[in-house]
Design a protein around this ligand. Structure first.
Ligand code: CMC
Length: 428
């Protein structure tokens, strides 16, 4: 915080002095919280110019294409770390020592099973239900099982909830998939690593030992890392807003999952593959680019553009490399990857996309990797939710551990002015 001030001049009012906060990284932030007391407030649909909170977890420089978690670059974390270590970092602020890491991993492993009665919920869903629909319901229902840890003001309760959610999300995600297939819901295997165990529950069956390729497990782990957190995006802000009312963390995470589902957010990875299918062939790219540029056509190039990044999404750069590694390792020659590469090349050289600074985002490549691993399109957003759970929890915990207010935005009212009620038989 510094002594800098902004002066707000409003016609017919006295000038207002507003403090300016200086962050450790990034742009200065004008503090407008005193405006309401002065009979005025701000209008910012989509929160494009509004910081909703103070946070120490993640920093994004959209112009540079930089993403830092607790100060560490996403490129370094993706190449040198693993998902559970990144979870520890996001939750605790520092990388763990070897001993702390072993303890953290062991505690996560102690929580991987879900209550047997949770399995009964699945039978209530149609077999063709979207796995995100199942996940929203089942995660929300977890609050009915863990009464022992729902006191949000108790830091031990918050910690155990963090462990439970991180540990159980892969189990629930895989159950959502297996249920749709009509296959037995798999139990976790605690002798396996986090990503390996997830692949075991997705692709294994109780009759045979599953073989998990280390390359695929590593690719999966990297996808988890790249989606672990992304500061105040729509779903994280939803989790914070829900949490600000004092709602329990399982309910808050269920709210986050719902917000993530939309195609403008986490649903984009599924939408990218659907779009590539629709484009079908390199010869059709120009037609779809023209549609994306047409103001009268709602079509957008899925996997392009970002609210904050006005440069290449750094996660997309890592994902692009990972995508090539995985396909090379598996010997997969995916025509959709070729189509994606061509689409990327054409879009990046198109004046419309250049002017609007629309670059490929993380979801542009993640779908191709997930497809190569054998994960169906409908599971893509579920995997995003699984990975993002730690980010949601870290933000929720940061909010609850500090003084906070219920989130309650105001509005610019443009409806009717006050009028008298007319009884129904007198209305025209
Ligand atoms: N294709 C074509 N035009 C686009 C696209 C696109 N993918 N994205 C933005 N634009 C245009 C948009 O029409 C607007 O044009 P104009 O200024 O003429 O009205 C301009 O670029 C600015 O876009 P915006 O919609 O105002 O930007 P936003 O910050 O509100 O939206 C976005 C960001 C990610 C929702 C949007 O770019 C989009 O819908 N992209 C496709 C969906 C997608 O890939 N989402 C995943 C985001 S990354 C994963 C995550 O974090 O969830």
């Amino acid at each position: 915080m510094t002594e800098k001030k902004a002066i707000l001049k409003v016609e017919g009012r006295e000038d207002l002095e507003l403090p300016i906060h200086t962050p450790t990284l990034g742009q200065d932030v004008i503090d407008v919280s005193s405006l309401t007391a002065n009979g005025i407030f701000t209008f910012d649909p989509g929160f494009t110019s509004t910081a909703s909170c103070e946070s120490k977890i993640t920093y994004i420089d959209g112009e540079k294409g930089q993403l830092l978690h607790r100060g560490y670059s996403i490129e370094e974390l993706a190449s040198k770390s693993d998902y559970l270590e990144v979870c520890y970092l996001l939750l605790n602020g520092e990388l763990p020592s070897a001993e702390q890491k072993a303890e953290f991993v062991s505690t996560v492993k102690n929580h991987t099973m879900v209550h047997e009665q949770i399995r009964n919920f699945f039978n209530g869903f149609r077999r063709d239900a979207h796995p995100m629909a199942i996940m929203c319901g089942v995660v929300g229902a977890l609050s009915a099982f863990y009464h022992d840890s729902l006191d949000i003001n108790d830091s031990t309760h918050r910690d155990v909830t963090a462990f439970r959610l991180i540990a159980k999300m892969p189990t629930i995600a895989a159950m959502c998939y297996k249920y749709g297939l009509g296959q037995p819901l798999m139990y976790p295997r605690n002798d396996l690593g986090y990503a390996e165990n997830f692949l075991h529950m997705m692709f294994g069956n109780p009759c045979e030992d599953s073989e998990i390729s280390p390359t695929l497990a590593r690719a999966m782990d990297r996808i988890f890392i790249l989606h672990a957190d992304h500061e105040q995006n729509a779903s994280t802000s939803t989790v914070r807003l829900a949490g600000s009312s004092g709602a329990n963390p399982f309910a808050c995470i269920a709210a986050g999952i719902s917000a993530l589902w939309g195609p403008a957010h986490g649903g984009a990875n599924e939408a990218v593959l659907k779009m590539l299918e629709e484009i079908g062939d390199v010869s059709q790219i120009e037609t779809f680019i023209a549609k994306a540029k047409d103001k009268n056509d709602p079509f957008k190039l899925m996997g392009f553009g970002h609210r904050v990044y006005k440069n290449y999404d750094p996660r997309a750069t890592v994902m692009r490399e990972s995508c090539h590694e995985v396909l090379a390792e598996l010997g997969v020659n995916d025509p959709q990857l070729e189509l994606a590469m061509k689409l990327e090349e054409i879009a990046l050289n198109d004046p419309y996309f250049k002017e609007k600074k629309l670059f490929p985002n993380v979801d542009f490549y993640s779908g191709i990797i997930l497809k190569a691993i054998g994960i169906p399109t409908s599971m893509f957003t579920v995997i995003f939710a699984l990975s993002r759970t730690v980010g949601w929890i870290a933000h929720w915990n940061e909010m609850i551990s500090n003084p906070y207010k219920i989130g309650r935005p105001r509005q610019l009212y443009t409806g009717e002015t006050e009028r008298s009620f007319v009884p129904v038989n007198e209305r025209k």
